[in-house]
Design a protein around this ligand. Sequence first.
Ligand code: SF4
Length: 122
Amino acid sequence: MEERNLICINCPMGCPLTVTLNDAGEVVSVTGNTCPRGEAYGRKEVTNPTRIVTSSLPVSGAKGQIAMVSVKTASDIPKGAIFDVVRDMKGLVVEAPVHIGDVVKADIAGTGVDLVATRDVE
Ligand code: SF4
């Protein structure tokens, strides 16, 4: 048996979780959670941790003073791929106009997930 102590990051409560795994690495129990989301997070975090990556990128040709656009991965990516995604974003410049949901870079870092804009820049 192995115990891992985590903090649930799904809401500001930040519940302290204890995830117990058996010798085969399977989750036996999650305790410390106040709601079901915490149990789901604890199970996923020790077996297949993922994150949404957010950042901002420069925009060329913008009409106004705003010359940056916020972006995020369209869905979770494996936690181990975060630095690959950040590396793949380096040097990217987005052409104006760009709108919420526009794909800024498809299949970022070969994750199979697109990088999308989260604001409009005309
Ligand atoms: S277990 Fe539920 S209440 Fe606690 S931090 Fe996670 S989401 Fe919030």
